[in-house]
Design a protein around this ligand. Structure first.
Ligand SMILES: [Zn+2]
Length: 132
């Protein structure tokens, strides 16, 4: 998987994040089944729990744009630690991605780690569970 285009899209979205409270700006970008790349960034809120993660924004953009499945996703943030998707976002990604879907974690300088969705969310519950 070549993450260059996803890295560029996430890096463009990251500084646009609305994060006046945490000051922790995150960008994300996903490649959808329609071949398009959809970016997202975190959008905080004065009522803290109402804020949304970058991955959630990218997924909303994908659905609004006509995509229906995630083929790959990259999350980008600053700091020393890996900016991996939070638990809720792992489940949000699972709704639209197969367990083997690649997830790259990047800093501003480039990709730092790669995982599969199954590595980040093992034995996950997805849409097929409701059909069995
Ligand atoms: Zn999240």
């Amino acid at each position: 998987m070549d993450f260059d285009a996803l890295f560029d899209a996430a890096k463009a979205a990251q500084p646009r994040a609305y994060a006046p409270y945490s000051r922790f700006k995150v960008g994300a970008a996903l490649l959808a089944d329609d071949g398009a790349i959809y970016p997202g960034c975190n959008v905080e809120n004065a009522a803290y729990p109402v804020g949304a993660c970058a991955e959630a924004g990218a997924i909303s953009a994908m659905i609004a744009g006509g995509g229906r499945a995630i083929r790959a996703i990259l999350v980008l943030g600053e700091g020393e630690e890996l900016v991996t998707p939070c638990g809720a976002c792992r489940q949000r990604i699972r709704e639209f991605a197969a367990p083997e879907t690649p997830i790259a974690i990047a800093g501003l300088d480039g990709i730092r780690a790669r995982f599969s969705l199954a590595e980040l969310l093992p034995a996950s519950f997805g849409p097929a569970n409701l059909r069995s």
